[in-house]
Design a binder for this molecule. Structure first.
Ligand code: ATP
Length: 284
């Protein structure tokens, strides 16, 4: 269901927002030719409520990762502002945990040591850090694998360990950039269901970036559709009114899922085609 203007306004005013981007623009300046600029995103208003699961979908290169980097505090916007639980974000977003597409595990550390690393860096005593890491390895189904090094684990196991590595720090906001795109479809569905179960138990705010509209609908409370770049911005926002708990594989065959998919794809299709044309022009 396309969110009404009143609903969006109401959400923006809600003081419980975990993350609020207001009027955000990001312009990149070419290192070799400073007069060449590219505005990836512009006029972006985006809000993630406390405990809300929001996905951002959009054509390739539209600026999804750029927005996540802004939310993480890794990239300062050229214009606009970011608020975290009502406070202006300055520097790194310390209330957020990240899970990116790329591998985050340190190859020289075991699974257990990888999961405990963040706590150790924060100054948690080693024994306590290891106990918490072991607990989280159990939650992601890796109890017996704490002594394995990343190269001794499958892709799915490494993703599980990365998930534990992110969640052990108990962040209030979880930022995920296509975390499961490298996995085969079965493993991916298992991981998606596991993330939903963990999220349901802890109800953190999640900003989830994905190319995959099915995944966005299956996981989220709300799906935000970005326009094709340059100056990409949200052009549609859909409330996913499908009951939870959900099984991501099962709900895809329900009439409501298909209806939502058709509605969102209607908005997204043209932008995907534009984005694809732009990619071709860049290559040519
Ligand atoms: N540091 C940078 N310097 C210059 N241009 C950049 C930089 N980071 C991103 N861009 C450009 O900004 C645009 C948006 O990139 P971004 O990676 O955010 O898009 P995306 O939607 O996440 O892409 P994809 O869907 O392919 O992962 C792209 O055209 C990219 O080339």
């Amino acid at each position: 269901m396309l969110a009404s203007a009143a609903e969006v306004l109401d959400a923006t005013d809600n003081p419980a927002a975990a993350l609020t981007l207001t009027g955000v623009a990001c312009t990149f300046v070419s290192k070799d030719a400073p007069d060449q600029r590219y505005t990836a995103v512009q006029d972006v208003d985006l809000r993630v409520g406390a405990g809300e699961f929001v996905s951002v979908v959009g054509p390739t290169g539209c600026g999804k990762s750029t927005l996540l980097n802004v939310a993480a505090g890794l990239l300062a916007p050229s214009l606009g502002s970011v608020q975290v639980f009502g406070e202006p974000l300055v520097g790194l977003n310390r209330r957020a945990g990240y899970m990116f597409q790329t591998e985050s595990l340190m190859p020289w550390r075991t699974a257990l040591a990888n999961v405990s690393a963040g706590l150790e860096f924060r100054g948690t005593p080693l024994k306590e850090a290891q106990a918490l890491a072991q607990e989280w390895l159990g939650r992601v189904g890796l109890s017996g694998f704490g002594d394995r090094y990343p190269h001794q684990m499958s892709g799915g196991m490494r993703k599980r360990a990365s998930l534990a590595q992110t969640l052990v720090l108990d962040p209030d906001i979880i930022l995920m950039d296509e975390p499961f795109s490298a996995l085969d479809i079965q493993t991916r569905q298992l991981m998606e269901n596991e993330v939903l179960q963990l999220w349901q138990a802890k109800r953190k705010a999640v900003l989830f970036i994905t190319h995959d509209l099915d995944e966005a609908i299956a996981m989220s409370d709300r799906v935000v559709v970005m326009s094709a770049g340059p100056a990409s911005h949200p052009m549609g926002e859909f409330v996913i009114d499908i009951a939870r708990p959900r099984d991501v594989a099962e709900i895809k065959s329900t009439p409501r899922f298909r209806e939502l998919h058709a509605g969102i794809w209607d908005v997204l299709r043209e932008e995907v085609l534009k984005g694809y044309q732009q990619q071709l022009q860049k290559v040519a």
